[in-house]
Design a protein around this ligand. Structure first.
Ligand code: NDP
Length: 340
């Protein structure tokens, strides 16, 4: 920071559940940041939210929040169709931007957001939390070290029971980016890109409405991602499965990794490695809060040290794959992923 500040003031654009549950504590847990303001489209909601969450300032417009000189960084967690305009406004005001996934509803919009932030000289990141987990960081390291040889196949189990308090725009408002693909498949994509250190080249998918999604909003998707180095990944993402846990398997030429309870916001999960018929538990470093690590990395990037845990480009890539999955599900055709 050119002005020599030691602690970053964060402004929240969106009085959301994710901010309340995870991101506000993660910001306030840092030695070098604190939440100074929140903005909601309703003045009453902004004031109530500020009071309930110990936030000093409440605003009912993005411009008012951006005019607050105490705000150095914004965290954008409104519904998805609003992310673009809010990011452009924040960049124009010289604020750094941590934006929720999906960055936008189209690739062109996401590319514009990233370019505008780069031109404004502000840091932009994407809040893909999973790559911060010790489980996924360990899996990435094991694969890079050759512990399972060449990864051939992956299975992703990311079917959850969407809690009633989140059964709002996600299940009934396509204009806000509803549906399981923009909600969960983006996270699968980021996690697989991270652990495999590889990019998705093509996808196939089938989606369904199993009783929670309203109208044409999909609450279920199964599909296949083809990676550039040859790995095939199958995924099952859903809002409607109440009796299972999440997980990930990576099967390589020399061994297989089985990761259980790892596609979650909680700092939990375990990993086993199997070679032939012998299975061993992988010893993990202690779990820590995923969001706290993400905010710590973002603050460091603002102070000139390294990059956000998930960069703006990472957000573009996960969106590109999710849009390709949506197209594949709609057309019934295999889709080559377009990143430009
Ligand atoms: P919420 O539904 O909690 O909030 C989204 C918007 O809905 C808010 O900005 C708010 O508008 C409005 N809103 C919220 N509660 C109410 C209410 N009681 N009455 C009226 N309006 C309300 O969204 P989420 O927190 O679930 O998701 C927000 C964003 O974060 C999305 O982009 C989502 O994809 C992402 N997300 C990311 C996660 C991650 O781990 N990375 C996890 C969960 C979500 P206003 O601000 O104008 O008041």
């Amino acid at each position: 920071m050119a002005d020599g500040k030691k602690s970053l003031g964060w402004g929240l654009i969106g009085a959301s559940n994710i901010a309340r549950q995870y991101v506000i504590p993660a910001i306030n847990n840092q030695p070098d940041s604190h939440v100074v303001a929140v903005m909601s489209s309703s003045a009453e909601r902004a004031e109530n939210y500020a009071r309930e969450n110990g936030i000093p300032n409440a605003y009912s417009s993005v411009d008012a929040l951006l005019a607050d000189p105490g705000v150095d960084v914004v965290y954008i967690s409104t519904t998805n169709e609003k992310h673009k305009a809010e990011t452009l406004a924040a960049a124009a005001a010289g604020k750094h931007v941590l934006c929720e996934k999906p960055l936008a509803l189209t690739l062109a919009d996401a590319r514009e957001m990233v370019a505008v932030c780069a031109n404004a000289g502000v840091v932009m990141g994407t809040n893909h939390h999973l790559r911060n987990a010790i489980t996924h960081r360990t899996i990435r390291q094991l694969i890079a070290d050759g512990a399972i040889g060449k990864p051939l196949a992956v299975r992703v189990f990311h079917a959850v029971d969407l809690p009633p308090f989140l059964q709002t725009w996600r299940i009934n408002n396509p204009a806000a980016g509803a549906g399981v693909i923009l909600d969960i498949t983006v996270h699968d994509t980021d996690t697989l890109r991270f652990i495999l250190d590889d990019e998705v080249s093509a996808v196939s998918a089938v989606s369904a409405c199993h009783g929670m999604g309203e109208g044409n909003v999909e609450d279920t998707v199964m599909g296949i991602m083809e990676f550039e180095k040859g790995t095939l990944a199958q995924f099952h993402d859903a809002f409607t499965i109440a009796h299972t846990n999440t997980g990930l398997e990576v099967h390589g030429t020399e061994g297989s990794l089985f990761a259980e309870d790892v596609l979650t916001q909680q700092p939990i999960g375990s990993i086993r490695i199997r070679r032939k018929d012998k299975t061993e538990a992988v010893v993990l470093e202690p779990h820590y809060d995923l969001y706290t690590r993400a905010i710590g990395k973002f603050n460091a990037a603002v102070f000139g040290n390294g990059e956000p845990a998930a960069t703006a480009e990472d957000g573009i890539r996960s969106l590109a794959v999710a849009l390709a999955v949506a197209e594949a599900a709609e057309t019934g055709k295999r889709v080559i992923v377009k990143y430009q």
